[in-house]
Design a protein around this ligand. Sequence first.
Ligand code: ADP
Length: 689
Amino acid sequence: AAVSIDLVPLVTASHKLRLCRLPRVAASHELRLCRLPRVAASQSAVSISPPSYYSFLLLLVPPSASFRLLPVGDKSMDVLSIAVSPSVFGNFPTKISDCFSFPVRKRKKANNRRFLFDSANRFPNRFSLDPKIQAIHLDEVGADKPESITGLRLKDVDWPSPSDEIPFWKREFNTWDANSEVPVHIEKDSDLLHAIHVTAEMAPIAKVGGLGDVVTGLARACLLRGHKVEIMLPFYECIQKGNIQELSLMSTYNSYNDGNWIQTNAYRGIVSGIPVILIEPMNQFFKGDDVYRGSYNELEAYLFFSRACLEWMQVTGTQPDIIHVHEWQTGALPLLYWDMYHYLSLQKPRIVLTIHNMEHYGECRQEQLHKCGLDGSVYASIDKAIDDRTIGHNPERLSLLKGGIVYSNSVVTVSPTYLNETLCSGWLASALITNRDKYHGILNGIDTVMWNPACDVFLPANYHAQNTSGKKVCKQYLQKGLGLALEGNASNNHLSDRVPLVVCISRLVAQKGLHLIRHAINHIEEQGGQMIILGKAPDSRVEREFEALANLHNKGSTVRILLMYSEELSHMLYAAADMVVVPSIYEPCGLAQMIGMRYGSVPIVRKTGGLADTVFDMSDQSQPEMANGFVFEGIDEGSLCRALDRSFSYYREQPIEWENIVQKIMQIDNSWNKTAGKYIDVYNSIRVR
Ligand code: ADP
């Protein structure tokens, strides 16, 4: 049945002008966008096919017209963001990322929208309700010129200030729908499989760093290719249940821990479009305010979790083709699988281990491994799980990560350069060299659904590569909200007035180049730039040190050091920034530089690991077409400063070229869609038919 959208002439003057989009957009409908009808000024009705009410509702308006879309019958639908397509400027959009959207006015309660668009139960006949949308042709308003759209955007921004009672990043945001923007042209694979990730993190509900992003992004990419994918995660007490859709208790079973069988609940739910299975033991494990560092023994908790996932598969008869484990936390699972559950009823699964960071080895004493039911002494040999560094010590120790490497069918790390680095240095190098045939380097992607400036709900203004004016709004928004100096008046446009804003969004740990981050603060200030650091330090000494820096600098108008974790603020910062600095000492892959590029923030990075695989210096004549940032090699402050200086000069002296780079990097495809296929190849190479 076709859904019709009625276009009727404007009837009341009290209606405000806007184009809008429905906030809920389902997967796989992006292609529909280009099939949506072009609305002529003379047209009074158009028809689009269902489930169009779930699609990105965008009418391609002629340059001289604008339309208002109003829901009929329920005001709470009338709270949307504006979506303007480049068709306003004469182009034809082919995908959602070609459009940008921004909120029109104060948002109403997120609940309202969710209620309307999520709740099939409350509105069993919503199909008849939602599509009743009127698009009103605003002849009276006259031609809608591009400038007026920009004007509208600025006018409607609800500007923040540092004195706001509720900080701007804690405001209520539009319901974010992961299904909303799906990249176009994703072909389904012909040979489909079932993979279950077993992981300690998943974005956004239990994210600490890149691991969470990677699991979610890879899972989504594989789902879109038609595979069956689930994510098994501890049901941390800190997970906000409101972020899980369709949460329900699926099974209660017992799983082993230290001589006892612990009653365990397995919940099912959907998180940002991805099926999850949450494991909740009825003991103290995974209780606390944060994902990590609760008051329980973390090693024991993850040993329990690894076994509880296999136990769940066993009791429910679930046999995926692939069990994909991540990091040391789930490193014992391959041991448990091959030496225990494979002798029970699990026959089919094969195991992939991804190492996201070789800094943590999962050090484990033999008797600790006993707690999950394995005989630790069996693994205390060089070809199994012994930590090579402890050989001859009393006692010798095991490494869960090494055990995972030995016992998995395939091992992946997160960039080709990091793969080479790990084969050449560190005590695990020998285990990796021994297992070289099954060791792969696959560059991480970013989740372009979660990270999309064209429809990011956390941004005060959306934008895309063809029109980045929303990015400037984001910069001003952050400057105002944090009390940073605003840029000089554009009308007396001196180049020196251009104030580059550099952001650094990072866990504050030694790996990230703390001395360089510290040094950048002073240098950027001296050079007339601005810097915002968003970071959390797990180590209390580092935390105190950065607190002291924050006390010193946050009073001025050029630097803000924000010691917290905020997903919302991180999105805003990537959008507001001119540059994103990632001065890591080592970096297995790094996501900040890729996310930064997606948001048009030029990366300044140290040449290491995945940073070396994704950022190429502007002055590199050997491959000018790849140039997308500023790269330095040394770990000394001078190397960083020279890169910062080069970027500042470029930004100030070549504003047009700078804008071209911004547009270019926004269009670089660092998405999972590009690299997920390599994981599928790995899965297929080991699966059992
Ligand atoms: P790592 O995994 O070593 O932390 P990555 O660069 O791979 O580093 O991933 C870091 C991820 O965590 C990015 O998505 C980044 O935006 C996010 N992140 C880091 N610190 C914060 C913070 N304080 N608040 C919000 N997001 C953060």
